[in-house]
Design a binder for this molecule. Sequence first.
Ligand code: KIV
Ligand code: ZN
Length: 517
Amino acid sequence: MTAVADTNRVIIFDTTLRDGEQAPGASMNLDEKLKVAAVLEEMGVDVIEAGFPIASAGDFEAVREVAKLVKNSTVAGLARAARKDIDRAAEALKGAARPRIHTFISTSPLHMKYKLQMTPDQVHQAIIDSVSYARSLVEDVEWSCEDGSRTEHDFLCRCVETAIKAGARTINIPDTVGYATPEEFGALIAMLFDRVPNIDKAIISAHCHNDLGLAVANSLAAVDNGARQVECTINGLGERAGNAAMEEIVMALKTRHDLMPYTTGIRTQSIMKASRMVSAITGFPVQPNKAIVGANAFAHESGIHQDGMLKHAGTYEIMTPESVGLTRSTLVMGKHSGRHAFKTKLKELGFELGDNALEDVFKRFKDLADKKKEIFDEDIVALVDDAVGQDRQRIRFVSLRVVCGSEGPQKADLTLEIDGARKSVDATGDGPVDATFNAIKKLAPHEAKLQLFQVHAVTAGTDAQAEVTVRLEENGKTVNGQGADTDTLVASAKAYLHALNKLLVKREKTAPAALTA
Ligand code: KIV
Ligand code: ZN
């Protein structure tokens, strides 16, 4: 899929599962990574970076399983410039139809001196050794100069030329710390095309971080100056301020084809589905005003805008909602809606669920319709997100009764199903949320610390569903969980359990433990 003859075709390299997952709290379990990989492949991503195999047993397993699952996209595994890293990546990629080893080393003066404690000549030698070793194991090798945008030009040219000579087919230039500006980053790519004699033997790639909010602009500037691969993530997920957002790059290229005559292989109609899935799995909500995938990205509320829209959609819309997978719905859902209509609605919203998941979500929909007069699309999205979150959990929510109000103590009676067995407990706390979380701790003792508790209403109205995000931290690992319900406390309990279940999966990888007190 990456062998593209069209000189204006831009290769989309998605690193949601590697750089995206490095965002604190964004970790995904194996099942979740496989679901994301399947959607990325379905949407036409050329290269899926599935992980950093040497980093942990979980990363290795994820790369190995994604490599087995994915047939059309190239699957990449990250490796430092060390034989043990490269061996581990090659091992994990064994089952891939199109394996790529992505090896990197820092080239900026700051990184070489303080991080690597290596001289430029040592780094240069490490590039020759690592790239040629990787090439002895797979055909498709990508080399990255970490902190490339802050590297001295002469040294950068020397390293890029060497990496190509050693066998790298793709040369990736990262703006690791998100420091570059579009003009500067575009000029850097142009400089490489001018000065590196064998540059035509490789695809040049951009990998931009968003610390100054310029990652997408820098990526587009790179493309305009000859780069033909961009590295990006769904929703711009990633460490610190994140990576360049794939949906923004792809839709900018599509919408402003008049100025940027480049194409990608992305089926843009899958963008919303991928965005929702990544948000549901990681528990990172998408801000409402986020370009392309935010809830308000296609909403027109002011009278003047609505009037314009009614006369001609082009007055205020530069791309159609349909082009990113949002459908103007014709189906109004309510308590009388049947399975067939529900399935059609899910499809409209970009979800295709298996029979069991469909049955589960349909039951939740019916319960919700009994409680809530109007069911909006956002409600259904929240139901599906919640179901994805609850899928195959060791600790499952069963019921909750809370006594709260100004006269304390607030008390929670909680029933959970833990490894298939029902257990109940009551607990008090400083407020109903505290009481609920204390009850969870009594039934499933753990040391994790609550780092974030966030509630937002899915729609307007006092009967709206609450969507809660909880972040837990244990031994330096952070995880996010999400839950939705018309009852804020039930949503809170579900979100807490979602996060706790993720921590358990992490713990199990090292030492499986009993869950109950
Ligand atoms: O940001 C960066 O420099 C990276 C490299 C490993 C490609 O993620
Ligand atoms: Zn990065």
